[in-house]
Design a protein around this ligand. Structure first.
Ligand code: PEP
Ligand code: MN
Length: 363
């Protein structure tokens, strides 16, 4: 199919006008029957806009299932023919792009292990230059907003107009609750910096397990995400990849039905004005917090000058241990989570060290 053919008649799928955009399908295409049956049952839910399936699978270690490859593309075409759902497939190199275009794949997605690599993203961008095809870009596996945005910019630069971002969480040493830690703030920073690109949450790869998918998906909706990508398989326990996180099409349908969809109502003054006075109060408290922090740093610099004069290290381990212990106790009493208090106090401590270092370096 030529670029101009696709230009003519295609629909816009990655849009802020339809919320939530739901993308679902198996982690991997395994057999023709599995793909067809999943497609049929997903379409029956009436809740899914776009059908996904991995054809080439970037597994972390070799020796696991690495995807069926090109022979799976005609299976996807059949799903589209019988259900009308547009298709999305992960591409990780230029040859994948060519095959997807040849087999009428509607939307390409860039996986987390690819968006991490500017060389590969550029290779894929060059392969879609002049083609009107929507592209979804997953966040890179490491928590780096610039890399994610950089991948978007590479596609914009070759003329791609319809882009979507997928937040799938970030690798983290020792994480146990999530498979990939969400770091929601990075997704929100993305949304702030690239507000026109629909932001889609992928609870499947964040959670790595079924029991918390609904919670994470709901949180994304409450953070005003535009859509969800969820892995669904007819026989999740026996899936060839990502078995623990997949759900049946029927469970998926129920999950979307149960999502509570709230709106931001940012342009409705009668809804916004009652919270205005609370917001003013919060602004005053924030001002106070910043003033207090600034006062704290003034004291830290005075201590820094004393330590420097007496040839003492900036870090005094015993004192720092005491602060941590004291803060933990205060967290319990104040109803704030220990995790929050710890990251807060560590951020303050880091700044305090930086300020003292400046004192050490000054004449
Ligand atoms: C996937 O969607 O199946 C996949 C491999 O995802 P990620 O790139 O997020 O790991
Ligand atoms: Mn997967």
């Amino acid at each position: 199919m030529s670029a101009s053919d696709t230009n003519q008649k295609r629909k816009t799928w990655l849009t802020k006008d339809k919320r939530p955009i739901v993308i679902a399908g198996p982690c991997s295409a395994e057999t023709e029957e599995q793909v067809m049956e999943t497609g049929k049952r997903i379409a029956q839910t009436g809740k899914v806009d776009i059908f996904r399936a991995g054809i080439w699978k970037p597994r972390t270690r070799p020796g696991t299932f690495e995807g069926v490859g090109v022979k799976g593309l005609p299976w996807l075409q059949k799903v589209k023919e019988s259900t009308g759902m547009p298709l999305t497939v992960e591409v990780a190199k230029a040859s994948h792009v060519e095959l997807c275009l040849e087999f009428g794949i509607d939307i390409l997605w860039i996986g987390a292990r690819t968006s991490v690599n500017p060389f590969v993203v550029q290779e894929i961008a060059d392969a879609v230059r002049g083609v009107d095809i929507p592209i979804l870009v997953k966040n890179p596996i490491n928590p780096d907003l610039a890399l994610w945005m950089g991948a978007m910019e590479r596609f914009m630069a070759v003329g791609i107009k319809e882009l979507g971002a997928i937040h799938r969480g970030f690798s983290n040493l020792g994480e146990t609750y999530y498979r990939n830690r969400p770091h929601w703030q990075i997704a929100l920073d993305f949304k702030r910096q690239m507000p026109d690109i629909p932001l889609i949450n992928d609870p499947s790869h964040i959670c790595g397990r079924r029991d918390i998918l609904q919670d994470v998906g709901q949180k994304a909706m409450d953070l005003d995400f535009d859509g969800l990508m969820i892995e669904s398989h007819i026989d999740p326990d026996n899936a060839w990849s990502d078995a623990k996180q997949q759900i049946t099409p029927e469970v998926l349908g129920q999950m979307i039905t149960d999502m509570i969809l709230r709106e931001d109502y940012e342009n409705e003054p009668e809804l916004q004005s009652p919270i205005e006075s609370f917001r003013q109060e919060i602004n005053l408290i924030d001002d106070e917090l910043i003033n207090l922090l600034s006062n704290r740093m003034t004291v830290a610099r005075q201590i820094g000058a004393y330590k420097k004069k007496n040839n003492m290290t900036i870090l005094q381990q015993k004192r720092w241990n005491d602060i941590i212990e004291k803060s933990k106790k205060q967290a319990a009493k104040s109803g704030l989570s220990e995790q929050f208090i710890m990251s807060f106090i560590k951020a303050i401590h880091n700044e305090s060290i930086d300020q003292q270092e400046k004192v050490y370096k000054s004449e």
